[in-house]
Design a protein around this ligand. Structure first.
Ligand code: NAD
Length: 337
């Protein structure tokens, strides 16, 4: 098929080219984010591939459909940036990569917890400056602490398993509890109870209307003072302004983010010569107990290879009229969840 690849990251190209070697699609790299302004560049392409920062809103999808596009091949698991109802109405099939390495994201979550707890982000530059003082670097034993997991799907369940190795107590909140997590010893509780009991809260649910700003002023008011919150799911699961208030009051003792509500304007690009105009993000960067990574949870060799392979296979399957139902996302399917 003739494929327009929007927002191609430098790191993805060799993996996508390798995955296409045996499949033979016609790849066109478009070094721009998909948006109402750039949608016309896809005119005449049967398939369009996008990354997490691309805009698949109704007007963009309408422009793509008018240009002949029949398939959106997402190079991600998340699909909150796609107007699925519009895609269905316009006859555009949306395929994603539902699983590529849940280990990558679960392990990055643990990296954020350990780095924040033992203050590695402050300790490493300090030693480089020959400052060997330990002032301000005290952490806590994870052993015996309560970990609250919101969303115990593929990633949340692996994260739960890893944390049992640290000797943690697990509690969880999910609309569909996982027998695997129960078998690990996790107890399912209400969201309010999870907030009240957890020393560390880790978010692994998708971004949906129900989870949008799940971490709000109200949620934080129920949290243990000084709790740690980690978000490797989607930025808007946290109301960032509420989190900033929580950091200022001390309600949040440490915040680890791999995702940010407005990351589309920042992440996956080098802005080191630019002035950041997002004041909320700039404020976050002033806290000594905040670590932000730029959506790198998925970023392992295994995961990037699997994303490329499934994306190309999705396109091959679509061309052959044999798509894998588990890779397809539709508005109706999401409503049934
Ligand atoms: P999954 O679908 O396997 O699991 C999601 C879980 O969330 C399910 O158990 C589901 O029942 C639960 N859930 C849905 N709505 C909920 C709600 N209202 N309240 C509580 N729980 C709810 O997904 P996954 O593969 O584990 O991925 C989880 C999220 O991680 C993705 O949606 C994506 O946003 C994010 N993600 C981030 C990265 C990264 O690089 N940081 C990479 C991949 C995925």
């Amino acid at each position: 098929m003739k494929l327009a690849i929007f927002s191609p990251n430098r790191f993805e190209k060799p993996f996508l080219e390798a995955a296409n070697r045996t499949r033979g699609h016609e790849l066109h790299w478009i070094d721009a984010r998909l948006s109402p302004q750039t949608a016309a560049l896809a005119r005449g392409f049967d398939a369009v591939s996008g990354f997490t920062g691309d805009d698949f809103s109704r007007p963009v999808l309408a422009a793509l459909a008018a240009g002949g596009t029949r398939l959106i091949a997402l190079r991600s698991a998340g699909f909150n940036h796609v107007d699925l109802a519009a895609a269905d109405e316009l006859g555009i099939t949306v395929l994603r990569v539902p699983a590529y390495s849940p280990y990558a994201i679960a392990e990055h979550t643990v990296a954020l917890i350990l780095a924040l707890n033992r203050k590695l982000h402050r300790a490493i530059p300090r030693v480089r400056e020959q400052n060997f003082s330990l002032d301000g670097l005290m952490g806590f034993d994870l052993n015996g602490k309560t970990i609250g997991i919101v969303g115990t799907g593929q990633i949340g369940a692996i994260f739960a398993k890893i944390m049992t190795g640290f000797g943690c107590r697990l509690i969880a909140y999910d609309i569909a509890p996982s027998p695997a997590c129960v078998a690990l010893g996790a107890s399912y509780v209400s969201l309010g109870e999870l907030a009240a009991q957890s020393d560390v809260i880790s978010l692994h649910c998708p971004l949906t209307p129900q989870t949008h700003h799940l971490v709000s002023h109200q949620f934080l008011a129920s949290c243990k003072p000084g709790c740690m919150i980690i978000n490797t799911s989607r930025g808007a699961v946290i109301d960032t302004k509420a989190a900033i208030d929580g950091l200022k009051s001390g309600r949040i003792g440490a915040l680890g983010l791999d995702v940010y509500e407005e990351e589309g304007d920042l992440f996956f690009q080098d802005l080191s010569d630019k002035v950041i105009t997002d004041d909320v993000f700039a404020r976050l960067m002033t806290f000594p107990n905040v670590i932000v990574t730029a959506h790198q949870g998925f970023f392992t060799r295994e995961a990037v290879g699997n994303i490329a392979d499934t994306t190309m296979q999705n396109i091959t399957d679509f061309a052959a009229g044999a798509i894998r139902p588990e890779n397809r996302v539709t508005a109706a399917k999401i409503k049934r969840r």
